[in-house]
Design a protein around this ligand. Structure first.
Ligand SMILES: Nc1ncnc2c1ncn2[C@@H]1O[C@H](COP(=O)(O)OP(=O)(O)OP(=O)(O)O)[C@@H](O)[C@H]1O
Length: 537
């Protein structure tokens, strides 16, 4: 770890313990891109400290420096007043800091106990491995941190939330009292977020410090005591959260004063699709066992429909089924009047369904390929004849997408892996738009995208409808749903409510939590319910 900034030989004040981490003057470049310039951060014991900034501000780069994954070009990094360990000394790093990402790092095919104790360089695992003892120690560890999970379970059976708890317990078992949480709520629903925050507060009481990265500023205000803002690779501000206004925080992030009449994200052009065009999507009695049952919906040209629902509601699987990722057991999907073969992605694409998938890494992007190749994957047949795609046409097409979606990338032939998370998400949206779909199915489309870009992306989705197509926004984020013309709420695999414009947050949240079954604010019951009535008669 370079430590070129001379450190004054100061003893820490006895009454003020040394910070769990103190990074100063950190700079990092990737070729011509300056990812961090003289950046700094200090996190104190037991503090919950937020790090916020727009996409590409340098947050993930800082995390990689703080966790020993990357050496900065310059700067000083100290833990508890001591210089950081040598890069590659894994156990020493693990004893100081751990990172919980939205993408799990635990191994799905191993049990929880194995994930907790195997693959350690230290003698933490009993040798030779005695499985019963391993499980007992895992059970003790989980109990110590109040995590109620059977250590014998396979990791792949755990929910995202449970995996995060296992990762946190593992981090603490290495002795770390400092945990970086990089967008940990991105894949959790409202209840999952509440439970995660409950656990974090509990650990904070026990002296654990957190660095919390999120694009959801409300979460920052709810959980954190201190916030640091980065902008364009630089440190802008560190301040207490109490007394800070959301507008002041956004101003620090963007460098712009918020417009006094700023509309809520997603409200741009909201509810313009009231005059219905032709029916572009008709879903009738669609059932995928274990996910959703007997769903009936329709979507018209010019319309943006919200499909709201929490983690087990089935809304994501329904969106994926429309795009051909799963084959429904029964029911029918029609796009512009034509039946679409189920469980067949190319067929759905050819019928005019575009998909922004939930998980951009697993389902969306080929990370080592360029921005241009990723953005044009779905349309390569249109860009060249007889299977030969002309690079110049790819570049030209991709450049239009880069401009259209405001993707921050040095060039269109830059590999997607070199883009910040939010800009990768925009490439996924670009790819879905490239086919000019009749029905754009956008699953949590603003995942990982900063506040400003969120408004921009939602307005772009609205434009799909304004241009005579239609969009289905599948999400549990109220900001994603606010601009929709209608919102259908799902709970436990069924449609439970439908809202026209003017719904309140409380109404929609209640419906997503299953508390509005049978009440339909739009004033009429939906088709699924009417059909159910028919069956019962
Ligand atoms: N491996 C890499 N190669 C080249 N450039 C990179 C690489 N990793 C990051 N960058 C660039 O460094 C800058 C900072 O990116 P970083 O991922 O740290 O941003 P971020 O604040 O985490 O953004 P987001 O909120 O979108 O996740 C960006 O311009 C990004 O494109």
């Amino acid at each position: 770890m370079p430590d070129r900034v001379p450190e004054p030989a100061l003893e820490p004040e006895p009454e003020l313990p040394a910070p769990v981490v103190e990074a100063t003057g950190i700079s990092k470049r990737y070729g011509a891109t300056v990812a961090l310039h003289q950046a700094r951060i200090t996190v104190r014991p037991g503090e919950s400290h937020a790090l916020v900034g727009r996409n590409g501000a340098g947050k993930s780069t800082l995390v990689s420096v703080l966790t020993g994954m990357q050496r900065p070009d310059s700067g000083s990094l100290r833990f508890h007043g001591e210089p950081a360990p040598a890069l590659g000394d894994t156990d020493a790093w693990r004893a100081r800091v751990a990172c919980v990402y939205q993408h799990s790092t635990i191994l799905p095919d191993l049990s929880v106990a194995e994930n907790l104790f195997l693959n350690r360089q230290s003698a933490a695992a009993p040798r030779p491995i005695r499985w019963r003892e391993l499980r007992r120690r895992a059970a003790d560890l989980l109990t110590e941190y109040g995590v109620d999970i059977d250590p014998a379970r396979r990791a792949r059976e755990l929910t995202v939330e449970q995996r995060q708890f296992v990762e946190i317990a593992r981090a603490l078992s290495f002795g770390a009292r400092f945990i970086v949480l990089d967008e940990p709520t991105a894949k959790l629903d409202a209840r999952g977020i509440d439970r995660l925050f409950g656990k974090l507060r509990e650990l904070q009481q026990r002296g654990v410090a957190f660095l919390f990265i999120s694009h959801h500023l409300a979460e920052v205000f709810e959980l954190c005591t201190t916030v640091t803002v980065y902008r364009d690779a630089r440190h802008i501000l560190t301040t207490g959260v109490a007394g800070l206004s959301p507008d002041a925080l956004v101003e620090a992030m963007t460098g712009e004063q918020p417009a006094p009449t700023a509309a809520p994200a997603g409200a741009a052009g909201a509810a313009t699709g009231t005059g219905k065009g032709a029916e572009l999507l008709r879903v009738t009695g669609l059932t995928l066992p274990g996910a959703f049952q007997d769903v009936t919906l329709s979507l018209h040209a010019g319309e943006v429909l919200g499909l709201a629902g929490g983690a087990a509601s089935g809304n994501v699987r329904l969106g994926e089924t429309l795009a051909g990722l799963h084959r429904a057991r029964s029911g029918r999907i029609e796009v512009a009047g034509e039946a679409v073969r189920g469980g067949d992605v190319p067929a759905a694409l050819a019928a005019g369904v575009g998909l922004v998938p939930e998980d951009r890494r697993a389902q969306g992007l080929v990370l080592q390929r360029s921005v241009a190749e990723n953005a044009t994957l779905t349309v390569s047949d249109q860009l060249g004849r007889y299977g030969t795609v002309l690079p110049s046409r790819i570049r030209e097409f991709a450049q239009r997408m880069v401009t259209d979606l405001d993707i921050k990338t040095p060039r269109s032939d830059t590999p997607v892996s070199a883009l910040s998370g939010g800009n990768q998400q925009k490439v996924v949206v670009a790819r879905a738009l490239a086919t000019d779909p009749q029905v754009l199915v956008a699953i949590r489309p603003t995942n990982g995208v900063d506040v400003k870009s969120k408004e921009f992306l939602l307005a772009r989705i609205r434009r799909v409808a304004d241009q005579g197509r239609s969009a289905l926004v599948v999400s549990d984020e109220l900001d994603d749903l606010r601009g929709c013309d209608r919102v259908v709420a799902m709970f436990h695999g069924g449609v439970v409510a439908e809202f026209g414009p003017g719904w309140t947050d409380e109404q929609l949240v209640a419906a997503m939590e299953g508390m509005a079954a049978g009440t339909h604010q739009s004033g009429h019951r939906n088709e699924t319910e009417r059909e159910n009535d028919d069956v019962q008669q």
